[in-house]
Design a protein around this ligand. Structure first.
Ligand code: AMP
Length: 409
């Protein structure tokens, strides 16, 4: 029979990879916790409509959409903002504001797989509901930046922009399909933008605006009123120890973004370098809820791991493993009882479960990377003791059972 592989664009994770992923997940979570965020979870599948509402039918092409046995149009979630906002509208509108929600989950996109781009990937992200003060936005952006730093990344670049002046400029030019232009900007298709705006009065100003790197130049082009929100947020960010670059050309792919937007890249990753994207958006009224300000971001978890690898961050030392080796079948029970006791004390313990000889058992302990082997033999056991072998140095010595935990911890 032909062997069955995994679906294209998906991955299996080895125990070593999972240990790494969990460590990074824990480090990220810790930063969210410090900023007062609390976790929620939503289903892996949703009504397809949740994702087409604002993003349009075009998104269906990228979505794992299907009809279930009762004829319902469902989709595997391509992101978590719309699901979390659906949940908010259904059950959390009465919660005190601002409401700070964290999520971590797998997402599915029918993308063309390549390095850093998968069909199943993970996002950790958050939503901030109920405030639009510049300090709130800055705190959100600072969280994204410091979460990545907390995971161990050094070489990251944060850029912040504002869609409101961008949309106003497109309005002034009389552009009907602003979303199409925004998508071209998001893709970095400069020639496409120039082509679409060719001949329109104001096109030059618009292109100049996209290139502005300084607040003063931005103000000169569109006026202080249009730029004060963005410069306000940037000011707050410097108070929050968060280096940020002004980038008016951030457009974000999805249509529901409205105001301040930001992206964080790991330049070392090349084409798929974006680690994080987010900003202010409007979804609540569309989902039938009462208008309230909302902002959030999603971190591309898999790319964070790739970026850490690229930066050569050494994985932390593994939690030490103790290997318990009984000498002969008579010592199986005492060994098992000892292993149990050590586990209750919080140690990570493995025991020979294949009735191997002591030398084979020790070889196995070595392959597992155990720090210590605890050899349980009849003579020592009669004295309430065992032999502890330091697997790195090979040194062996007798240790009283009651002192064992202190010696091997
Ligand atoms: P988005 O919801 O498109 O703004 O994505 C947020 C983040 O998720 C991006 O910045 C990427 O880091 C990550 N991401 C998006 N699509 C994929 C994918 N197909 N594979 C891996 N990571 C992705």
């Amino acid at each position: 029979m032909a062997s069955i592989g995994k679906p294209r664009g998906t991955r299996d994770f080895t125990p070593e990879e999972m240990e790494r992923r969990r460590r990074v997940e824990t480090a990220l979570r810790e930063v969210f916790r410090r900023y007062g965020y609390r976790e929620v979870a939503t289903p892996t599948m949703e009504h397809l409509e949740l994702f087409t509402l604002k993003s349009g039918e075009a998104i269906v092409e990228e979505t794992y959409a299907f009809t279930d046995k009762s004829g319902r149009e469902l989709a595997l979630r391509p992101e978590l903002t719309a699901p979390v906002m659906r949940f908010y509208v259904e059950q959390m509108q009465m919660e005190p504001k601002p409401l700070k929600l964290l999520y971590f989950g797998n997402c599915f996109r029918y993308d063309r797989p390549q390095a850093g781009r998968y069909r199943e990937f993970w996002q950790m992200g958050c939503e901030l509901i109920g405030t639009r003060t510049p300090e709130a936005l800055a705190e959100l952006i600072a969280l994204a930046y410091h979460a990545l730093r907390g995971a161990g990344l050094e070489d990251i670049l944060l850029r912040v922009g504002d869609l409101a002046p961008l949309r106003a400029l497109l309005d002034d030019m009389g552009v009907e399909d602003a979303a199409a232009i925004m998508r071209l900007i998001d893709k970095g298709d400069r020639a496409g933008v120039e082509g679409a705006l060719a001949g329109r009065p104001g096109a030059d100003t618009f292109l100049e605006y996209l290139d502005c790197a300084e607040a003063a130049a931005l103000e000169d082009l569109v006026g202080k009123e249009q730029t004060s929100r963005l410069t306000g947020v940037l000011d707050w960010l410097s108070d929050m120890d968060t280096p940020a670059r002004l980038d008016p050309s951030i457009a974000r792919g999805l249509d529901y973004y409205t105001g301040i937007v930001f992206e964080i890249d790991a330049p070392a990753l090349g084409a798929e370098k974006q680690l994080c994207g987010g900003g202010e958006y409007s979804l609540v009224p569309l989902l039938g809820g009462t208008e309230t300000p909302t902002a959030g971001f999603a971190l591309g978890f898999d790319r964070i791991l790739l970026a850490l690898e690229r930066e050569g961050r050494a994985p932390e030392e593994k939690e030490p493993l103790v290997y318990v080796t009984p000498v002969g079948e008579d010592m199986l029970r005492p060994a098992a009882r000892l292993a149990h006791r050590l586990r209750r004390q919080g140690l990570r313990v493995d025991m020979d479960l294949m009735r191997r000889s002591v030398s084979k058992s020790l070889q196995h302990a070595h392959r597992l990377g155990a720090r210590h082997a605890v050899i349980v033999g009849a003579d020592e056991w009669a004295r309430d003791a065992v032999v502890v072998k330091n697997m790195a140095s090979g040194e062996q010595r007798e240790v009283a059972v009651k002192e064992l935990a202190a010696v091997i911890w």
